[in-house]
Design a protein around this ligand. Structure first.
Ligand SMILES: Cc1ncc(COP(=O)(O)O)c(C=O)c1O
Length: 352
């Protein structure tokens, strides 16, 4: 009897990505931290123009986008790698630098993709609980580093809690990680936080740090898949070597370039998100539900055991949100009508 090929046991045992309840049927999607603003005319024009040339390969390594990004950030061509979303780049880095017998330290709860990517790389995830304020517990994370540690993931702002590390706390964690250990600083939501870091200076001082950013959130291109990673030339070399050729499709590259140049459009996305985020948090506080300081395009409702109940109430009111059973609910912001429905759902929830 023949048997089918067997996947590596670690791959066969990987958890799958969760899907938001009701996301397809609802009126508003507040479950995947997407932008609520569609692409600008300039971005749509770039997409159409490039679509007409879809029979041709894109540039080998997203060269035009690399040039635009490195120009604004003040780094060299060799210090930027672009790809089909920041998650794909994170996977390349984990695959290049971690692996069997090594450990990757991360805060938890954090982005659900991390344990999956660590599993694909065949490394072990060492989850360090967030502190009482839903922030990365810097001292506990540093204490979790052992001779087996190959990488430390810092998610800032953290998904799903929205919390950030103050600049001195971020410095403490980065300076506390030994230089031979990779630091993966995931800043998918950085543009929504008024505090920003000088990436060029950071990676110059700390060549073991890679900073991941995306066009999916503040640039509103989640459906096209484009992201970038910035680091020292030395550390990025292995990431670049692991990247597939033509890893960024031509339409994503053209749209990302247009979005990068359309600063007014990005500013409008950020403005609408931050305004509705603060109004939503104030509304929740008015109902008696305190939420952690939120710096992304989402708010964390730490309702604990009843998270799924609240998710169901939101879906019933036409809004998909993301429940983390037993922990809380994450709500993407940027649409005042949707937030009004979630506030009504929370009121109902609290009255029960
Ligand atoms: C913390 C974090 N990193 C990365 C990503 C994925 O970004 P991309 O769409 O660039 O792969 C997300 C998406 O939700 C995220 O929350």
């Amino acid at each position: 009897m023949t048997s089918l090929p067997a996947a590596r046991p670690r791959i066969a045992a990987l958890p799958t990505y969760s899907r938001a309840a009701g996301a397809e049927a609802v009126r508003w999607r507040a479950s995947s931290n997407e932008s609520t603003v569609p692409p600008s005319p300039a971005i749509l024009e770039a997409i159409a123009r490039t679509g007409a040339r879809a029979h041709l390969y894109p540039t080998l390594t997203g060269d035009d986008l690399v040039t635009a990004i490195r120009g604004r950030l003040g780094v060299s061509d060799e210090q930027v790698v672009v790809g089909g979303g920041s998650l794909a780049l994170l996977q390349l880095a984990l695959t290049a630098y971690t692996g069997p017998g090594t450990e990757v330290v991360l805060a938890w709860r954090s982005y659900e993709a991390y344990p999956i990517l660590i599993g694909i790389a065949d490394a072990e995830a060492v989850r360090v609980p967030l502190d009482a304020d839903h922030r990365h517990d810097v001292e506990a994370m540093l204490a979790a580093i052992t001779p087996r540690t190959s990488a430390v993931i810092v998610c800032d702002p953290n998904n799903p809690t929205g919390t950030t590390l103050a600049p001195d706390r971020l410095r403490t964690v980065i300076e506390g990680v030994p230089e031979h250990v990779l630091v993966l600083l995931d800043q998918a939501y950085q543009e929504f936080d008024e505090n920003s870091i000088d990436v060029a200076d950071l990676v110059h001082r700390h060549p073991n740090v890679l900073v991941f950013r995306t066009f999916s959130k503040a640039y509103g291109l989640a459906g096209l898949r484009a992201g970038y990673v910035v680091g020292s030339e030395e550390t990025l070399r292995a990431v670049r070597a692991s990247a597939p050729p033509f890893g960024l499709n031509a339409i994503a590259e053209a749209a990302a370039l247009a979005a990068w140049s359309d600063e007014a459009h990005t500013a409008e996305i950020v403005r609408s998100v931050t305004a509705s985020r603060e109004a939503f948090r104030a509304g929740l506080a008015g109902l008696g539900l305190a939420t952690p300081d939120a710096r992304g395009n989402f708010v964390w409702l730490p309702v604990g055991e009843r998270a799924v109940d609240l998710e169901e109430l939101c879906v019933a009111r036409g809004v998909s949100v993301r429940a983390f059973p037993g922990e809380g609910v994450r709500v993407t912001v940027g649409n005042l009508e949707a937030e009004a429905e979630v506030l009504a759902a929370v009121m109902e929830f609290l009255a029960r």
